[in-house]
Design a protein around this ligand. Structure first.
Ligand code: SUD
Ligand code: ADP
Length: 297
């Protein structure tokens, strides 16, 4: 057995704004999105083993497949296998590994759970295996696993364009205090894209260069999530959830990704924590998490 046990966080991806600006010939949509990553997330653990193993734990672990194959195959295993195959072509070793996924994020929820896990698997296994691959090799591996995986691999505040692979790191975003809410009904990403009426929306405006929270909230409030309309039409709970977040004092409320997770931005950690407690009292059967994004500062 080789390798030293290690763990890697898979932070939730929050689309603070998401405009759909076009569609490629292959059907994939062109996006313009402002993205940050939250303290809340999944956790991957890697340890030496005589043969490959995979285990699931955490609140949402039972909802996932522990298989690699198939459309619903686990993205952690797809990432492991793709990285191992690439390392083989570079003459680098990738011995057996036991992986545990602690699944804390709701599945199919617009906060990139599967993509975050795939990106964390790439980061964690690169370290576990002592692999050396440059960005030109890792970028295409990440994109092959999903349009959101390159941004999750980056893991810092960024603006993503193209289908998600054109990434500009944002150097002035403040930390936001959020509550994430989800009615625990999964939404299919392709289904939401198919329901879009307009695919040629204006791109996002220029993000503030100041690190001022006020400037950023005003900027974000002037942007949208173009996937929110189709998602609300499909799942009325999203409208109710947004109203609940607003009623607990959120300064900005929006859906992330293709939903159904919505986030509220609160004044500070204390107001976010008490909003979360109140929301849990209102709907104990839904998911609520108070968290912070990793601002540039
Ligand atoms: C909408 C976003 C916004 O960040 O987030 P989520 O809701 O998934 O969190 C992403 O673009 C989702 O990325 P990801 O979940 O990795 O998508 P993929 O697995 O690559 O694609 C799933 C399907 O969604 C559609 N798709 C995805 C990305 C994109 N830019 N255009 C699309 O049309 C395609 O039908 C594709 O077959
Ligand atoms: N590790 C994983 N975590 C979550 N979903 C996964 C994972 N591996 C595969 N999937 C599949 O990917 C689909 C999209 O899930 P997810 O990435 O959580 O969506 P979203 O990006 O909208 O939050 C799910 O339906 C699930 O079957």
């Amino acid at each position: 057995m080789t390798g030293i046990a290690t763990s890697e966080a898979a932070p939730a991806k929050i689309n603070l704004a998401l405009h759909v600006t076009g569609q490629r010939a292959d059907g994939y949509h062109l996006l313009d999105s402002i993205v940050a990553f939250a303290g809340e997330g999944d956790l991957l653990r890697f340890s030496p083993a005589d043969e490959d193993a995979f285990g699931l734990s955490g609140r949402f672990g039972p909802q996932l497949s522990a298989e690699a194959a198939g459309q619903d195959g686990n993205l952690v295993l797809k990432a492991r296998d793709l990285l191992r195959a690439t390392l083989a072509t570079h003459g680098q070793p990738a011995p057996p590994v036991a992986i545990e996924l602690e699944k804390n994020l709701p599945v199919a929820s617009g906060i990139g759970g599967g993509s975050a896990d795939a990106a964390a698997t790439l980061r964690g296994l690169m370290r576990f295996w002592g692999a050396t691959l440059n960005a030109d090799t890792l970028g295409p591996i990440a994109l092959k696993l999903g349009a959101d995986v390159p941004m999750c691999f980056e893991g810092r505040p960024l603006r993503a364009r193209g289908i998600g692979e054109q990434i500009d790191v944002l150097r002035s975003m403040p930390r936001f205090h959020l509550v994430l809410g989800n009615p625990l009904k999964g939404i299919s990403t392709p289904d939401i894209f198919r329901r879009l009426a307009t695919k040629d929306n204006a791109p996002i405006g220029e993000p503030p260069t100041s690190g001022s929270t006020e400037d950023w909230i005003a900027f974000l409030a002037a942007q949208r999530n173009d996937l929110e309309g189709p998602a609300r039409a499909l799942l009325p709970e999203i409208g109710a959830l947004a109203d609940m977040l607003r009623s607990t004092g959120a300064r900005l409320v929006r859906m992330s990704g293709s939903g159904a997770t919505c986030f509220g931005v609160y004044e500070n950690r204390k107001t976010a924590a008490s909003a979360q407690a109140e929301l849990c009292r209102m709907r104990p059967d839904w998911y609520f998490a108070a968290t912070e994004t990793n601002g540039t500062h």
